[in-house]
Design a protein around this ligand. Structure first.
Ligand SMILES: Cc1ncc(COP(=O)(O)O)c(C=O)c1O
Length: 387
């Protein structure tokens, strides 16, 4: 593995309290472009207050699983708040987004069922599908024609589930959610949509991309998390009816693990309140993303198919990607390179996350830094702008 160059490097990142996207990486002052605190809520005074108050009242941990001593009134309050945010019937709060996908898919789908999974779905979805022991049919990324063909080819006496993400974080583009949902309705399948990167940033109250399209009621199972735009930690699944009770009785990743600490759960509740009124932050982050994309494309960088606040920049091979990220770090810019096996071998990229905290000066600094690096790394791909 190490010979194949696939060992990952972990940088030490220190995020101060009042410094926006300014962080320290391996002890060096840097501007970060890989923080998923999209709206900056992790440092919001109300979030800090919620956490402090809960620590003072309840201590640091529940010291029990949700089933055995670990469900506080706050846990139920958070689940009600998350269900309300998404206009759902009920929500199930897991320790994180990975567990939410793994545990809910494995519990909902069973042998004899068929899961139709987009080929670029996140590792947690893939692992949940495998654990379910259902038949797994992978459909071409975002290709609804291919999905429909496979729905015709794979009937089942059991249940059928279609699983996709609403916003793909390695590509920065959306799924054709409307078309996927209508295929689900036509073929009688459950629609499971991972909205973890869209919640907070899209939708009239930050309730996600399906909500932005006015289609929330057609999503049978909405999965998301509090570890990104909600500025905290946790994963959740919002359901329209019974499945929430079923998950709480059957989902091993929910039952057999220590419950989230009350202080975390308290911030999840606060975030569900803050996010509803975060229209200004939503406008700011989307404006930042549009500006960055247009500056990058003007400067001949390839932002691939980005149409969201996630703006990947194509760097090509793993070797080039590694060199680009090193040069950027040396220049005080922290942009995570993503390489094989997370993406195809020649499609390495910088996964830039724009936030509402970035200023125009920050974005300008990134583009200037990238231009400098392109003079140092000849293999950095160029792209003729079409926008
Ligand atoms: C699409 C998707 N789903 C689920 C997860 C897991 O979420 P968490 O980081 O809360 O475990 C991620 C993580 O980045 C993700 O990108």
């Amino acid at each position: 593995m190490s010979r194949a160059g696939t060992l990952r490097n972990y940088h030490e990142v220190e995020r101060g309290m009042a410094s926006g996207p300014q962080v320290r990486v391996n002890g060096k002052s840097c501007l970060t472009f890989c923080c998923q605190d999209y709206l900056g809520l992790s440092r919001h005074p109300a979030m800090l207050e919620a956490m402090r108050e809960a620590v003072d009242r309840y201590g640091c941990g529940m010291a029990g699983s949700r089933f055995i001593g670990g469900t506080s009134p706050l846990h139920h309050q958070a689940e009600r708040a998350l269900a309300a945010l998404h206009d759902g019937e009920a929500a199930v709060l897991y320790a994180n987004g990975y567990m939410a996908n793994l545990g809910s898919i494995a519990a909902l789908a069973k042998p004899g069922d068929v899961i139709f999974s987009d080929e670029l779905n996140h590792a947690s979805i893939i692992d949940g599908c495998r654990l379910s022991r259902s038949e797994i049919v992978v459909w071409r990324h975002n290709d609804v024609e291919d999905l429909r063909l496979r729905l015709q080819q794979y009937p089942s006496a059991g249940n059928r589930f279609v699983i996709c993400e609403s916003l793909y974080s390695m590509e920065g583009h959306f799924a054709p959610v409307r078309e996927v949902l209508s295929a689900c309705a036509e073929f009688g399948c459950f629609a499971y949509v991972d909205e973890i990167h869209a919640v907070g940033v899209y939708g009239p109250k930050g309730d996600g991309y399906a909500a932005q399209l006015g289609l929330s009621s057609q999503v049978d199972l909405l999965m998301a998390g509090a570890g990104k735009a909600l500025g905290s930690l946790g994963g959740y699944v919002v359901t329209r009816s019974d499945p929430a009770a079923l998950l709480k009785s059957r989902s091993r990743a929910f039952i057999f693990t220590t419950a989230l600490p009350p202080a975390i759960v308290s911030t999840v509740i606060t975030a569900t309140e803050l996010v509803v009124d975060a229209g200004l932050l939503r406008r700011r982050i989307l404006e930042n993303a549009r500006t960055l994309r247009s500056w990058l494309r003007e400067a001949d960088f390839d932002c691939m198919t980005s149409e969201s606040h996630i703006v990947p920049i194509l760097t090509g091979s793993s070797e080039t990607t590694g060199r680009v990220t090193q040069h950027l770090l040396a220049d005080g810019l922290y942009a995570q390179g993503v390489t094989y096996p997370s993406v195809p071998r020649d499609r390495g990229r910088l996964r830039i996350a724009v936030t509402a905290d970035h200023t125009l000066d920050d974005l300008d600094r990134l583009v200037s830094g990238l231009k400098k690096v392109r003079n140092q790394v000849a293999s950095f791909p160029r792209h003729r702008s079409t926008e």
